[in-house]
Design a protein around this ligand. Structure first.
Ligand code: CA
Length: 229
């Protein structure tokens, strides 16, 4: 069963999309605001996202950014403007494709099929991204957006959460700040490497017994950082 999450606040358009996608045999779920969309991605791990740009709460770009921190689910941005800025911004944030309103349903369905054919959409892209990761008593669950240290629930901002997730998926591996920037911001030339240091500090404040003498997330002098579990 292939589930498509339709994120659209215009009721009529949403109903049209739902009707046509269901007719194609997809299971369809809907969200009508930015926050609802992000919550739904965590809750149901859809196989693809049809994402409007202008939404209440926060916009489609922000949805895209947040979803990409936990999932490689194919995202098709739906934009009302053919504005190139929109398109570029969406793609830089990790959207796979975009379609400009007004569009023909047939074209949209073709784009959805193409997005679903992408290898990462099938071979456990979403599931792997949402699977819990453990390192001793530290457990991170992308699906519920929680990190626990033993019985203690930790509090991390979204990017720090994503960074810790990345480290935990690659225990023992040493990463430079530039590699980490590229991993998290997709654009190593815009980000300031010190941003990585700040996020590492936030993570250490949560996961280290003594943040000034880190045992789990180590600094490798002149190189970068290493998560040892
Ligand atoms: Ca809208």
């Amino acid at each position: 069963m292939t589930t498509i999450l339709v994120v659209e606040d215009e009721e009529h358009l949403r109903a049209t999309l739902v009707y046509n996608l269901r007719k194609e045999g997809y299971t369809v779920q809907v969200a009508s605001s930015g926050p609802e969309a992000v919550a739904m991605v965590h809750a149901i791990a859809p196989d693809a996202l049809l994402l409007d740009v202008m939404l209440p709460g926060f916009d489609g770009f922000e949805v895209c950014r947040r979803v990409r921190q936990v999932s490689q689910v194919p995202i098709l941005m739906v934009t009302a403007r053919s504005d190139e800025i929109d398109v570029v911004a969406g793609l830089e944030l990790g959207a796979d494709d975009y379609i400009v309103k007004p569009f023909r349903i047939r074209e949209l369905l073709a784009r959805v099929r193409a997005a679903l054919r992408r290898p990462s959409s099938r071979s456990g892209g979403v599931d792997a991204a949402l699977a819990p990761v453990r390192a001793g008593d530290l457990v991170l669950e992308p699906a519920t957006y929680t990190v626990r240290l033993g019985a203690q629930l930790l509090s991390l901002k979204p990017r720090a959460f994503a960074l810790l997730h990345f480290f935990m998926q690659h225990p023992g591996q040493v990463f430079s700040r530039e590699q980490l920037l590229r991993q998290l911001w997709d654009e190593p030339f815009i980000g300031d490497p010190r941003t990585v240091d700040v996020h590492v500090r936030w993570i250490r404040e949560q996961i280290e017994a003594d943040p000034s003498h880190p045992q789990r997330l180590r600094t490798i002098r002149h190189v970068g950082y290493q998560f040892v579990g």
